[in-house]
Design a protein around this ligand. Structure first.
Ligand code: GDP
Ligand code: MG
Length: 166
């Protein structure tokens, strides 16, 4: 199996950290500042079961309307148009208006895996289950995978879940 996977989400959810973790290289810049990823960044991961081409994208911007943000958002919508699968990244326990805006730009027929990142930050792990339930009402996600991109926890599970969706 082989396919293109877009990594999308609002700024700072950990998209670039996830790309680096998925391919095992520091290819995309990670920063606590928004707008660090201004262009698409592509990385390949091959194993016996599948070859993934991951495309990291700029954070989708809904706060300020300016030329840079418009151009970054255009990059996101363009990438979304020609991929086989989407990883929509959100932060554990937080789904706000800016996250919802990203859901709204998903193409109608997009196949989407929800990545709940930064689970290491959840002090009370019991909050994860109601959050997953809340999220499953937002969009018909093909899979929902909680993980920590920074620590690498459950990232292999994301790959396992995504492989049959390519
Ligand atoms: P992007 O804007 O979505 O590409 O986000 P980045 O990958 O640049 O990460 C934004 C910030 O979140 C950085 O400070 C990362 O170190 C941090 N971060 C990313 N993944 C995790 C995670 O799994 N856990 C925690 N605690 N922090 C993370
Ligand atoms: Mg980034």
């Amino acid at each position: 199996r082989t396919g293109f996977v877009a990594i999308v989400g609002r700024p700072n959810v950990g998209k670039s950290t996830l790309l680096n973790r998925l391919i095992g290289q520091k290819i995309s810049i990670v920063s606590s500042k928004a707008q660090t990823t201004r262009h698409r960044v592509t990385g390949i991961r091959s194993d016996a079961a599948a070859q993934f081409v991951f495309v990291d994208t700029p954070g989708f911007q809904t706060q300020h309307r300016n030329a840079l943000n418009r151009s970054m958002n255009r990059t996101v919508t363009q990438v979304l148009k020609d991929v086989d699968l989407v990883f929509l990244v959100v932060e554990a326990g937080r789904f706000g208006e800016d996250d919802r805006k990203v859901v709204e730009v998903l193409p109608a027929d997009a196949r989407v895996v929800l990545v709940i990142n930064k689970v290491d930050r959840l002090e009370d792990k019991r909050r994860l289950l109601p959050f997953i339930q809340e999220m499953s009402a937002v969009y018909p996600f093909a899979e929902i995978v909680p993980l920590s991109a920074e620590r690498g926890t459950n990232v292999d599970e994301l790959v396992r879940a995504a492989t049959p969706l390519l």
